[in-house]
Design a protein around this ligand. Structure first.
Ligand code: PLP
Length: 424
């Protein structure tokens, strides 16, 4: 209550914007995921690692548009490339050279991607990866992880948010707990003949940055081989874990991969790629092929920004991110232990999640033990101290952050947890 009052006091203009926005957009915005109570901030500017809201408050951005802006906001190298692209006209129905350059970079970096195609969102990326798997195997069944988020198309959402999704869509979708090879095998023993693919985030992201237990991804790969089912990695969030994504970090290669977010340098993007034999289904020069339209697929601005984003994400940048993220995690751990709050941290590379559970969750159902009221309180306390994170507790870092930003964040976390310790 006090935290919300303090928030409302500091963000009057955001409140006015929210009220005006609600008159024309249900919920006052166009993204369910960006909403939080009492109302979301209206941001007027992003500058490097910071966001500035309409009231002039500044925040260190540990949300980064849900892991997209890995180089912070308005990075000069990205702006330079984008400005050049803008001056050439932004989209036309033809091959664009920048597409080939970004495709080359991603095929070279990501082990499972021999061929790639671009689209405009992670939603489209998983949708087309799934469609390719279904077309290639001539089967309809898809196995996903309980609570796994793969965007907003019907197949992706039928398990977690079924309103408006026909029940027959859900008939082909099976969900098993993450980090449980036995559960996967039990399902495959019963159903393998109907299953086109298993889709999984190698580190579950939206569900709460849940890393794979040692051997889990290897176990999955072995199982899908044995039961002749395809493996799709959703690396929309996890590509940032190494130059070649989580598949490179954990050395498990999927048949198909969905990408988005950081490969667009802050612009709308998606991509799906994989084995050449599967991806050749999309070749319109063949007598039968899978249709893949999209007016803005691979547009020059997004491609230019994506090329710059990938160039900036080299080994050196990744090592720095790892060091900074480790420091953040250590600082948080010290606070949690000292205050003895029932909280835990999960982290892989520059993705981190604060859970209000005694033990770090290993799958979706164990995240449900988390105290949502405390997560919401932490979120608002952090905002009031100039730290912007995901309402549910996810943090991610950008390459323009420095040690002093991390120290600022740890201090704000400690001060916020001091408040929370009095509530538990
Ligand atoms: N897959 C994962 C793992 C994601 O985290 C997201 C977005 O958060 C998506 C897919 C959907 O991407 P988009 O929001 O670009 O449609």
């Amino acid at each position: 209550e006090i935290a919300v009052q303090a928030y409302s006091h500091r963000t009057q203009k955001s409140k006015e914007m929210y009220e005006a926005a609600r008159l024309v957009m249900p919920g006052g915005d166009t993204r369910t995921t960006a909403f939080f109570r009492p109302y979301p901030l209206t941001v007027s500017e992003g500058v490097g690692p910071e966001l500035h809201d309409r009231d002039g408050n500044r925040y260190l951005d540990f949300l980064n548009n849900y892991t997209s802006t890995i180089h912070g906001h308005a990075h000069p190298k990205i702006i330079e490339r984008v400005n050049h692209a803008l001056s050439l006209g932004t989209s036309y129905a033809s091959v664009i050279e920048e597409q080939i350059i970004l495709a080359d970079v991603l095929c070279a970096r990501v082990p499972g991607i021999e061929r790639i195609r671009f689209c405009n969102s992670g939603t489209e990326a998983t949708m087309f990866a799934i469609r390719a798997a279904r077309a290639f195997t001539n089967r309809a069944g898809i196995i996903k992880m309980e609570g796994g988020y793969h965007g907003t198309h019907d197949t992706a959402q039928s398990e977690t948010s079924s309103m408006g999704v026909p029940a027959r869509v859900a008939e082909d979708i099976y969900a098993v707990p993450f980090n449980d090879v036995e559960a996967m095998e039990r399902l495959l023993i019963q159903r393998a003949k109907e299953i086109a693919a298993v889709i999984v985030e190698p580190v579950m992201g939206s569900a709460g940055v849940i890393p794979p237990l040692p051997g889990y991804l290897e176990g999955l790969r072995e199982l899908v081989n044995r039961y002749d089912v395809l493996l799709i990695f959703d690396e929309v969030q996890t590509l940032r874990l190494s130059t070649g994504g989580a598949q490179s970090k954990y050395q498990v290669t999927p048949d198909l991969t969905a990408l988005a977010k950081i490969i667009g340098g802050g612009f709308p993007v998606g991509a799906f790629g994989g084995r050449a034999d599967i991806m050749s289904l999309f070749d319109p020069a063949q007598s039968t092929s899978l249709s893949h339209g999209g007016t803005f697929n691979g547009n020059r601005v997004t491609m230019a920004a994506g090329i710059a984003s990938m160039e900036l994400l080299d080994e050196h940048a990744l090592t720095r991110l790892e060091t900074l993220a480790q420091r953040l995690e250590t600082g948080m751990h010290e606070t949690i232990e000292r205050l003895a709050v029932p909280a835990s941290i999960t982290r892989t590379g520059s993705l981190l999640h604060v859970h209000f559970t005694e033990q770090p969750p290993i799958n979706y159902s164990s995240t449900l033990l988390s105290r949502n009221d405390l997560a919401a309180l932490l979120h608002i306390e952090l905002i009031n101290r100039g730290i912007f994170t995901a309402p549910r507790g996810m943090w991610n870092l950008s390459t323009v952050m420095t040690e002093s930003h991390i120290e600022q964040a740890v201090q704000a976390f400690t001060d916020s947890m001091n408040v929370i310790a009095k509530c538990v």
